[in-house]
Design a protein around this ligand. Structure first.
Ligand SMILES: C[S@@+](CC[C@H](N)C(=O)[O-])C[C@H]1O[C@@H](n2cnc3c(N)ncnc32)[C@H](O)[C@@H]1O
Length: 267
């Protein structure tokens, strides 16, 4: 890729990274800070009930969608830009006997392949930060929600004025950092789409735990699978400095993670 990447190039780059096995080795099943515990907190905040129709935008390998189908009795659609993730998520749903309540489709958050007003809730974990056109994605969340439908987001937050240079490039963008926004900006983007924020929470400690986890797994994989990591584009020499910069940024209040619940107003 040369010059400034286009929106489509950024989405393809992000989808390719998050469908690689190396990312699965580093992150485990849930590709967001806080893992399934934070997903449960989000689902509880959304007040999901049995039979609720839920859309998981950027569903990755299906962990969030399967949790909502299994633990909350929801009827879940998952949509992800990466065809490989869609296939893996569908396979996982079949393997655990949830294929009748969790369906996965390849598609773009900025052009959701669903009709207007069909979902009771939309969730989106650790992905709005990567979408090139966040306002467009927010408008799509609002479009597919029914009246009084709820949106649940967990996402990376940054203070863009204080982000260190090591966390601003394309790699940091794919790692969900460089194009993340302050929590207030997310609420304003949603407000622009007609979505009213009801509740926010900070979960910065979850970001620290994820940094610790990635460091521990990298150290292990460095000994057992260094060639595989390098082939997948992981710069093992640069990684310690990047992780240290991320840890400092969390400690300084520059980088964090947040949960947000919003509502499409009843008409
Ligand atoms: C950090 S992962 C999060 C996955 C999942 N939500 C989770 O928390 O485990 C980001 C995901 O966003 C997907 N993605 C990136 N851009 C997208 C887009 N424009 N539309 C749909 N999915 C997208 C990637 O393929 C990847 O699966």
């Amino acid at each position: 890729m040369t010059g400034t990447p286009s929106g489509e190039e950024l989405k393809a780059c992000c989808a390719a990274a998050y469908s690689s096995d190396v990312v699965a080795l580093l992150l485990g099943d849930s590709y967001h800070p806080g893992g399934t515990a934070l997903t449960r907190r989000l689902a509880d905040g959304l007040g999901l009930t049995t039979g609720a129709r839920v859309l998981d935008v950027a569903s990755g390998r299906g962990t969030t969608a399967l949790l909502l189908a299994d633990g909350y009795g929801a009827e879940v659609d998952g949509v992800d830009y990466a065809p490989a993730n869609t296939a893996l998520a569908q396979g996982a749903a079949q393997a655990v006997g949830l294929a009748d309540r969790a369906r996965f489709t390849t598609g773009d958050a900025e052009h959701l392949p669903y009709p207007d007003g069909v979902f009771d809730a939309v969730v989106c974990e650790c992905a709005l930060c990567t979408f090139p056109d966040k306002a467009r994605a927010a408008a799509e969340f609002a479009r597919v929600l029914g009246p009084a439908g709820r949106l649940g987001i967990t996402d990376v937050t940054i203070d863009p004025t204080r982000l260190p240079p090591g966390l601003t490039g394309l790699g940091a963008r794919i790692a969900c950092i460089a194009d993340a926004r302050p929590l207030q900006d997310y609420t304003e983007i949603l407000a622009g789409a007609g979505l009213h924020t009801l509740h926010t929470e900070r979960h910065d400690h979850a970001m620290l735990r994820m940094i610790d986890q990635i460091e521990a797994r990298l150290n292990l994989l460095r000994m057992t699978a260094a060639a595989r990591l390098t082939a997948a584009g992981v710069d093992l020499d640069a990684a310690p400095a990047v992780l240290a910069a991320a840890r400092t940024a969390v400690a300084d209040g520059v980088l964090g993670y947040a949960l947000l619940i919003a509502e499409r107003p009843p008409q």
